[in-house]
Structures are given as C-alpha cells and as structure tokens.
Design a protein around this ligand. Structure first.
Ligand SMILES: [Fe+2]
Length: 420
C-alpha cells in the first residue's frame, strides 16, 4: 500500500463523519411561502429562467446518482466505498428536494414522472456530458476493477459536474433570492445542497489524487476525458435561443458566469494535478488575459456558433476570426512553420484572406495576403473555425475537399504536423 493510502483513508472517514453530522430533511422543507412568492415576486422571465436552471440541475443529479451508485463497488477501499454509499443517499435527497421545488413551487408536472418529463430540457453541452457520464458509468459497472475507468467517472462527477458546473448554477439564482429575502424554502435547501456538494468535491479530489498518483495510466485516462469534455462545458450554460435575459433577470451577466466557470475549471483541474495547458481548448486560450476578458472571447465564439453547440454551423465574424487566428499563432508548431521557408496563407472562400508569419521565436497572424506564401489553405471560414477549435480534423477536410492546399510538395506534407 502506498504512503498516501492511510492518510487518504483518514480523510475519507472524517468526510463520512461530516456526512452523519450534516443530515437534513428534503421532505420537511416548507415550500408554502415559496409557492405564494413564485407568482407574486418573480417576473415571467425569472420563472422561466429558474425552471430552466433547476430542471437541468435535477437531470444532472439523476445522472450523477446513477454513476455514484455504480462506483460504490469499484471504490479502492472500504472507507471510500462507505463514503460513496453515503453520497448516493445525498443525491437521492437532492432529487427529492429539486423534484418537490419544481412541482410544488415552479408548477412543473403533477407527479414524479411528469415533473421529470416536463424538466427534460438540457442544453446541448450538458447533454453531451451527461451521456458521456452514463457511458463511462456503465463501463465501470461492467469492469469495476479498472482504476482508469473509475478515475474517469470521478473526474466527470466530482470534479467537473459537482465541482465546476453545479456551482454557477446554484449561485446565480441563490444570490438573488437571498439578497431579497424571498423563496425561503429554496434558499434553505440550496444551502444544505451546497454543503453536501463541497463534501463530495473534497472527496473526489482526494480520491482522484490517490488514483492518478498510483499509475500513469490513470492520469492519462483523466487527461483524455477532460480533453474530450471541456469543450462541451462551454455549452452548459447557454440559455435558450442565446437569450441573455435568462441570466440578466437575476442581476448576472453571461460573461460573469463564464468567467466564474473558467476560473473554477482551472482551479479544480489543477487540484487533481492536471495543468490547464495540457488540454486542447485551454492551451489555445490566451491565459495572460483576465478571466473576464477570456470569458468575453469565449462568448464571441459562442455567439458566432463556433463552440458551445456543435449542431450549429459556424458563422465567424471578424472578431471571432481574430480570436481563432490568435489561438492558431500561439499554438502552431513553430519549428514546422519555420521549416516551410515562407508564410502560410488562408484563402477564405467567403471572406478576406489571413496569413501567418514566423518572427524570431513566435508566430504572428494578420489579415491580408502574404505575398508569396509557402503554403496556402483554401477553405470556407466555417470550415476553418471548426478545424481551429478541434471540431473538424484537417486530414478529413482534405480528403473531402472542403480544404484544398496549394504549395510545394514538401510544404504540403508538413500540414498535419502544423496543427498538432
Ligand atoms: Fe453531489
């Protein structure tokens, strides 16, 4: 047994004791004042926003509950298995609480089945993450001895969904109702939920550190999973029809939510020993900017249909293209770009050209033609946007002729190496 194990076990046992001491009743929360204030104190838009937010919350808790129950048998030792069984009970209680709030206050459905059906409106990004969790959770049920799969389930449930995504979802309405002293049943329930979630996240970070330090394969499995799901997190809080009023009616802005989410994402993944630079999407972001500025850039790409919902065809405007070319210049393989012996030009079939040059030890991307490019990429701005954020593979775009490449043969062969 590693040196970490006894210390980790003591941690799991004290987290379990906290669980015993922090018990609360979802059945006994009094929603009668909330039900009166729902119509009297909240606007129509606020009611729609709260329904949207808490319906996603309930769907998330249902999926997390399935994954946690499956993980009990896969836990590496007795004390972590006991904690996970206790957590499964927490998730059940949160389901009762959210189900009651949605039906008794938010007028969604008349029984458990109809409340859940009426609440099944999750965003595209959240749907991808929940489906991934269901798939990985099923794999763990079939192969409970596989530590890599356990590590993937824990990074999805405890770190990403509970540690990053649940927080802004709880916070943005809670701050408003607490500030105005309304919806006391919802407020008291959410305060309990927040304490439960903090405990679950602390457990998940501890277990994940134990797993990723035990084998290199576990760490690789965690990085691989994060790389796949982090682009989807951008789409979790995109309101219906990209209507900002869903958030602004509670005195928040989408930019604030994105900045908060980005900051907590980086801090959580760092706490399990993963450098944000290791992930495709975060490595392309300009991390010298403030979280607010980076959130603004993410929102520009969301509004242009580039990230957040892959069902949308990108329509990158000048600002979105600037962000994409800036990211390309920062992450392109400089040695390969320099070896081309001249600039790279993007001949966009539906817009002005761009080009990239290597200056000393870095690359610069600028609008306009390159003069005599060593390599020219001819494609639509939508196709380029998809390639730049990892939605499309440049090799596949070449095969399907959505991307045409002009230049000397040696330069053309280096194309796959340029974009990693
Ligand atoms: Fe939880």
């Amino acid at each position: 047994m590693s040196e970490e194990a006894p210390r980790a076990q003591r941690g799991y046992e004290s987290l379990y004791r906290e669980w015993e001491e922090a018990s609360w009743s979802a059945t006994h929360i009094d929603f009668s004042i909330d039900a009166r204030q729902w119509g009297a104190e909240l606007s129509e838009r606020q009611r729609a926003s709260a329904r949207w937010n808490y319906a996603m919350f309930l769907t998330g808790v249902e999926t997390v509950a399935r994954a946690v129950t499956g993980a009990v048998d896969a836990a590496p030792d007795w004390s972590s298995s006991v904690f996970l069984a206790a957590q499964a009970a927490d998730e059940a209680r949160q389901r009762v609480f959210l189900d009651r709030f949605l039906r008794e206050v938010a007028e969604q459905g008349s029984d458990r089945g109809s409340t859940l059906r009426a609440s099944d409106h999750v965003t595209w990004g959240f749907r991808q993450i929940l489906d991934e969790l269901d798939r990985t959770g099923d794999a763990l049920r079939k192969r409970p001895q596989e530590r890599e799969v356990l590590a993937q389930v824990v990074v999805l449930t405890h770190v990403l969904i509970e540690g990053v995504l649940a927080l802004p979802g709880q916070y943005f309405i809670q701050r408003y109702v607490e500030g105005r002293g309304i919806l006391p049943g919802l407020s008291s329930g959410l305060a309990h939920v927040a304490r439960d979630e903090a405990r679950h996240v602390a457990f998940g970070i501890r277990l994940l550190n134990q797993l990723t330090r035990s084998t290199r394969d576990c760490r690789d499995a965690v990085v691989e999973m994060l790389d796949r799901v982090v682009p989807w997190t951008v789409g979790v809080f995109i309101p219906p029809h990209l209507d900002h009023s869903y958030v602004e009616c509670f005195d928040f802005t989408l930019k604030e939510i994105f900045a908060y989410g980005l900051q907590s994402l980086e801090s959580r993944i760092s706490s399990v020993g993963v450098d944000p630079e290791e992930l495709y999407l975060l490595a392309r972001d300009d991390r010298s900017l403030s979280y607010e500025e980076r959130a603004g850039r993410l929102l520009t790409l969301v509004e242009a249909g580039v990230i957040g919902d892959d069902r949308r065809e990108p329509q990158p405007n000048r600002e979105a293209l600037e962000i994409l070319f800036d990211a390309t210049a920062r992450t392109i393989d400089i040695a390969v770009a320099r070896s081309l012996g001249g600039p790279i030009e993007w001949k966009l079939t539906d817009g002005e050209p761009w080009h990239l040059v290597v200056v000393n030890d870095h690359a610069e991307a600028k609008p306009g033609t390159a003069g005599t490019p060593a390599l020219t990429l001819e494609l639509s701005s939508a196709e380029w946007a998809k390639i730049a954020v990892g939605r499309a593979d440049p090799r596949r775009a070449l095969l399907t002729r959505r991307l045409r490449v002009h230049g000397a043969w040696p330069a053309k062969t280096r194309l796959p190496k340029l974009f990693g």
